[in-house]
Design a protein around this ligand. Structure first.
Ligand code: ATP
Length: 329
């Protein structure tokens, strides 16, 4: 028996473009245990969203393609299941919320219609019971006057309200896993804090696991049990949140942490990692971070470091820790 709810193993997701193949997710493995909050963090373009969309079966073929690996949910490889079987799992046992709630809601349907539909389809509730449940869900996500909201159309609500509605839809079928892709990025700080509190409460009250995607280390510090740091389609570091923040090993993680504003401290200028994420069409055998790294050695230009375990379960893909990784085996 496995105690993983979700186990992404060696996932490779790629896109065929006119210029060549983009390896958006390249040999990525991630585990999420029941009741755990795992955060995926990294700069724009490093493969966070494509990892999530791969789990949700939302990679559009034939341009996009899952070229290898497995996505196991409760031990079943989602990549091998029939469409019907998948439909029963996605949106039901696994659901997802996105950064832009407006783009996920249908502008011509009322909130009530959009909230009751999954309950009628997945939970087989009749209209009346689904409506009652929808009212409870709206209240649960912190919105007052639920009757009025049920009759409203998306354009009548603010961004924060829409994100709450998306969350209500996402939790309506009591999923075991909620995937949240930058759920608070478009919102102001106060609403952001309320939404994060709410997500945490789902874990406490319902034992829901959360895979949370963010580029914001403040969100990671507040939410994560376990952190996955991605760079150019690969996991470059992972570990428990405390270990990772106290002792970041990969120079990329160290750079991300240095570029995070520190509360109550006056900082002259915020650090930013020099250089840019490499063009995904021009990747070589070298470590993808080598030309932004202040510790770059000859080996870093020649060969990509594998992800290896160090102390306390922390893993890092960096030649600086070669001796330590070898000693740990
Ligand atoms: N349809 C597509 N065709 C070609 N390349 C794509 C496509 N979708 C994504 N990519 C590429 O895949 C890589 C990973 O993208 P992804 O959206 O997962 O990054 P991300 O880390 O989530 O960034 P962001 O925070 O900006 O969403 C990027 O290089 C991106 O350009």
């Amino acid at each position: 028996m496995t105690n993983n709810l979700l186990h992404i193993r060696n996932l490779r997701t790629q896109f065929q473009t006119d210029e060549g193949v983009v390896k958006a997710v390249d040999d990525v493995s991630i585990r999420v245990r029941p009741g755990e909050i795992v955060c995926i963090v990294g700069e724009s373009g490093c493969g966070k969203s494509i990892t999530a969309l791969s789990v949700m079966g939302l990679i559009e073929e034939p341009v996009g393609q899952i070229a290898g690996g497995a996505i196991e949910f409760e031990g079943q490889n989602l990549l091998e299941l029939s469409r019907n079987h998948l439909r029963a799992i996605r949106g039901n046992e696994i659901s997802m919320i996105f950064q832009e709630p407006m783009s996920s809601l249908n502008p011509v349907l009322t909130i009530g219609e959009q909230l009751t539909e999954p309950l009628m389809i997945h939970r087989k509730l009749n209209r009346k019971v689904a409506r009652q449940r929808a009212l409870e869900l709206i209240t649960e996500v912190g919105i007052s006057r639920p009757e009025q909201i049920l009759r409203a159309y998306p354009h009548e609500l603010s961004g924060g309200m829409l994100q709450r509605i998306m969350i209500a839809i996402a939790i309506s079928c009591e999923p075991k896993l909620l995937i949240a892709d930058e759920p608070t990025t478009a919102l102001d700080v106060t609403i952001q804090a309320q939404i994060l509190d709410m997500l945490r409460s789902f874990r406490e009250k319902r034992g829901m696991s959360i895979l949370l995607i963010t580029h914001d280390l403040g969100v990671v510090a507040e939410m994560a049990d376990y952190v996955i740091v991605m760079y150019s389609g690969k996991v470059v570091e992972e570990g428990g949140v405390v270990e990772l923040f106290e002792n970041p090993r990969h120079p990329y993680t160290q750079g991300l942490l240095r570029s995070k504003p520190i509360m109550n401290q006056r900082q002259k200028a915020l650090y930013s990692i020099p250089g840019y994420v490499p063009n995904p069409l021009e990747l070589t055998e070298s470590c993808y971070f080598h030309d932004r790294c202040e510790h770059c050695m000859d080996i870093c230009r020649d060969r990509q470091p594998p992800l290896r375990e160090l102390e306390q379960g922390q893993k890092t893909a960096c030649w600086l820790y070669e001796k330590e990784a070898a000693a740990h085996v």
